[in-house]
Design a protein around this ligand. Structure first.
Ligand code: PLP
Length: 418
């Protein structure tokens, strides 16, 4: 089945009322038939609803649909994209471990991996996704995951999937790919050999800036890497917090089962069923929107590239972009709606941001309304000068999230402020 069809139908069987739209099951808990039923659910002898921190019928439709769109085997929705990323890290790591993280990632991911997890005793080692030749040198027996973005926010680098996957498979290390900017419509990291995909569904999935959400998608390959692997002993030995359960012995994907049974249980970053319902509405039009976002962004990028006051444009759809070849290789159907460009100074950048119309100054992306952001003073403000430089975020860098307005109207506005 094609993604357009999956996005509308997968994971939902109409209830007894024949309800066309997926119902919103606003319920904290679920009644057990009897005490044996309850015991069976807790013992995983039977699968079923227990409590909405762990599962919910509305969220389940969203999860099944998203897993299928990504070519994965199962998915778990979370309260936000950051909750999804943090959950993946704690699912694999403990104090003393290290993780490999791309040096250009979303601001929140950057502070999480550089600072917050350090306090948990987990070390972050950085690498360049466009040239991951040094990746192997960073790996030791305590390396538990490789985290990177398929299309990085905000400087739009396209990861060299083949090289990263080759190294990850050689050492049996799990790859976690943040596919937020590309969306499952343009890129499917699992099909490119990666193990886990995460998204902030707050962006293109909801599509209108309506709600926070995240999702974690699992694959067959993560289970194969985990089983019997000394790197991941906590999946292969009895879990004392779940009466001796051994995750890799379950007839279900171990990574996502541990997220559900241990991480969600203990951290509680579950989505509201209402937000999952909003995400389902977003998925229905995601394919159409990504085509339009991509077509418009390419046209805007071409305009900016031709403008004398623009020093550089980062958009992988441009032939001149250093990421273009990888973008053509790994993306299908467009290059998404995010681009960034550089002007000569902080002052010029501020002037543009303050005077432009139609575009709103907002630290979000993937909205149907166009957005302008100055990363150095907002999303990436917490980064040091050196960290900014490593992430390729200069003082004159402006990020645009191209919405669904008429493209020529957007170009007219940019012309005026430039
Ligand atoms: C926004 C974003 C996140 C964080 O997601 P939230 O839903 O805001 O928590 C993570 N990664 C990328 C690439 C993002 O754009």
């Amino acid at each position: 089945m094609q993604k357009e069809t999956i996005a509308l139908h997968a994971g939902y069987e109409k209830d007894s009322q024949g309800t066309m739209a997926v119902p919103i099951y606003m319920s904290t808990a679920y009644e057990f038939r009897d005490s044996e039923h309850a015991a069976n659910l807790f013992a995983l002898k039977e699968l079923g609803n227990i409590y909405t921190r762990l599962m919910n019928p509305t969220s389940a439709v969203f999860e099944k649909r998203f897993a299928e769109l990504e070519g994965g085997v199962a998915a778990i929705a979370t309260a936000s994209g950051m909750a999804a990323i943090f959950s993946c890290i704690v699912n694999l790591c403990e104090a003393g471990d290290n993780i490999l993280v791309a040096n250009a990632v979303y601001g929140g991911t950057s502070t999480l991996t550089d600072h917050t997890i350090k306090r948990f005793g987990i070390e972050t080692r950085k690498f360049d996704v466009t040239n991951p030749s040094a990746l192997e040198d960073l790996i030791d027996e305590k390396t538990k995951l490789i985290l990177f973005e398929s299309l990085s926010n905000p400087n739009l680098q396209v990861a060299d999937f083949d090289t990263i996957v080759k190294v990850a498979n050689k050492y049996n290390i799990i790859t976690v790919v943040d596919n937020t900017v590309a969306t499952p419509m343009l890129c499917n990291p699992i099909k490119l050999g990666c193990d886990i995909v995460v998204h902030s569904t707050s962006k293109y999935t909801t599509g209108q800036g309506l709600a926070l959400g995240g999702i974690i998608v699992d694959s067959v390959s993560s289970g194969e890497k985990i089983k019997g692997n000394d790197r991941y002993t906590h999946f292969n030995e009895p879990d004392a917090s779940y009466h001796g359960l051994v995750y890799s012995d379950l007839p279900f994907p171990p990574f996502i089962m541990r997220i559900l049974l241990s991480v969600l249980r203990d951290l509680g970053a579950a989505p509201s069923p209402f937000n999952s319902w909003l995400m389902i509405q977003g998925l229905e039009t995601l394919s159409l929107r990504m085509k339009q976002h991509s077509a418009s962004a390419l046209k805007v990028a071409q305009f900016l590239e031709s403008h004398p006051n623009v020093k550089k444009v980062n958009y992988p759809g441009l032939k001149s972009d250093t990421n273009h070849n990888r973008a053509v290789q790994y993306l299908d159907g467009g290059f998404s709606g995010l681009l960034s460009f550089e002007v000569d100074s902080l002052e010029t950048a501020k002037k543009i941001v303050d005077n432009i119309e139609i575009f709103s100054i907002v630290v979000n992306i993937g909205d149907s309304k166009s957005i302008i952001t100055h990363p150095a003073s907002t999303t990436h403000q917490q980064l040091s000068a050196q960290e900014l430089e490593e992430a390729g975020i200069g003082a004159g860098l402006i990020r645009l999230s191209i919405g669904l307005e008429d493209t020529d109207d957007l170009i007219e506005e940019l012309k005026k402020v430039l």
